[in-house]
Design a protein around this ligand. Sequence first.
Ligand code: COA
Length: 182
Amino acid sequence: MHSGIRRRFYMGVCIGQMVIEKIIFKNIISVSIRQAVADDLNALQEVENLSYEHPWTRNMLRSSLDNPKSFNFVAVNQTDQRIAGFILNLLLMDELHILNIAVLPSYRRYGIGTRLLEASMETSIRKGAAKAYLEVRRSNIQALTLYIKHGFRVTGVRREYYSDNKEDALLMTRWLEPKKFI
Ligand SMILES: CC(C)(COP(=O)(O)OP(=O)(O)OC[C@H]1O[C@@H](n2cnc3c(N)ncnc32)[C@H](O)[C@@H]1OP(=O)(O)O)[C@@H](O)C(=O)NCCC(=O)NCCS
């Protein structure tokens, strides 16, 4: 009985520390979202290389930044101006196509991916979008969880979509609701 009480107390301390650490970190990291510009290319490549086994090439990133139908955001750490993440989007008619989203590994789980996603959906609604869609690797649990949390649902499968390892892509879609963002 005695050891039981001690164990409960010990667990309580541990859980308390975990919660406090997370709250403190969320307060320390101050990130702002702004539109991506051509000069961000190097930073985007850095985030890309650290985020994927098969990263986009510099040309792929550049053409996304240059495409007039694209609109793209970066998340900037206000303390040192480092780009911590980005999202690249395409607006085709009334459809938002999310092409790429990535956050530096050391900045993950602080809500940056969420803010990039929300900024994109909000902007696309203002531009007339009614629907958002994206493709994600079947094995990418972190991204799948993020998208499901934000209202995306699997609406199709593109077989062997990724040429590097022939992995399937899940097509995920959600309707955009203006009232939620405006
Ligand atoms: C996917 C990615 C952009 C998420 O960025 P992030 O800033 O960590 O996301 P957030 O902090 O906003 O997470 C929001 C929610 O997504 C889910 N999520 C994010 N990462 C997760 C993980 N590793 N495991 C499980 N769920 C996860 C959680 O529900 C999380 O909410 P919570 O932290 O309150 O539990 C980031 O993990 C990443 O850059 N991955 C590599 C690139 C990639 O795979 N991009 C997607 C291509 S389709």
